[in-house]
Write a protein that binds this ligand. Sequence first.
Ligand SMILES: Cc1ncc(COP(=O)(O)O)c(C=O)c1O
Length: 383
Amino acid sequence: MVIDRGLALPGDRVPPTHRAWVEVDLGAIRNNVKAIRQLLSPSTRLMSVVKADGYGHGAAAVARTALSAGASWLAVATLEEGIRLRAAGIEAPILLFGPTISKEEIEAVAEHRLQPTVCSLAQAHRFSEAGLGVIPMHLKVDTGMSRLGVAWQDAQHLLSALRGLPNVTVASLYSHLATADSPDLLAAAQQVQRFVELVDGLETERARPPLMHLANSAATLSAPTTHFDLVRVGLAQYGIYPASHLRDAVPLLPALSVRARIVFIKTVPPGTGVSYGHTFQTTCPTRLATVAIGYGDGVPRALSNGIDFLVRGRRVQQVGTITMDQCLIDVTGVPETIEGDITTLLGQDGTESIFIGEWVKRLGTVPYEILTTLSPRLPRIFC
Ligand SMILES: Cc1ncc(COP(=O)(O)O)c(C=O)c1O
């Protein structure tokens, strides 16, 4: 989406009372899900991963969009995330990645028709003994991530034990790749090999669960041999490539923009210290604009003096330490800037864009962390 200059906003979408916000282009998400679907065989299902409030994009809106564009499953990390989707009226099957431990959690999983991940016989037992009806479970296997899951060597044995329990049905068996985004495909090959051996063994014994799945976004884009019955796609559906070498796989559109208003402008002389700690000193007369967004909104303080903003379609420098609620930009080069103007931290304005990769590089982190730390204080505006 291209925004108009200055105060003019697309329609009435952003209330004038909003000082800063996240814009989510649901059309981009629809485009991305459809494009990813094109990479899959017709029988392979697509699971839209909407944990952490849809990677900061708004879980319910993303889920509805993804389902309408060809996803047939959803995944969340926590019980609360699943309950929120049900409360929003979403009826699609929802896989809960995180394990379920307490009796209260088990009851809530059953009540809200969430589908739990189990990693051990003890976890499955608790569901079985709760006597809450037949609960479809997903057996998580550790093929090399060493986080959640039964060791791959023990998976077949555990699967047959689960099948002996009352009130339990095994809907899928799945594993998670640790290095699928590495250009060195060999790194993930061992995990894939272990998973394939497991699938083969289960097929030989006619014990294959209805769904076997392994691929995250990176594997979905790079390795069709990892698709099996279903792919679990998070980052790519939001229009972000898990690694730069995967850019050619499919055209993706970033869905999220971060914008904030300029709330004050003044010109300061050379030699002026700017913001906490005076980490920036002006060297010439400088027109400083105060923007109403800060680290309390999820703009990392570590980006101070290191990023650009877009103002009236042009790049300007952020200067001085980013504070909790505000930060400063140098608008000397854009003299027509006025109070109330909208600035863009991430996203497009006119022909200029700032991609999340610039922040990723500066922070030495991953896009996942930046997206999921954008604060709930920023209203999500869907377009
Ligand atoms: C088990 C599991 N599957 C799939 C995903 C989706 O990963 P991505 O966002 O890289 O597609 C995640 C995300 O961390 C995950 O934990």
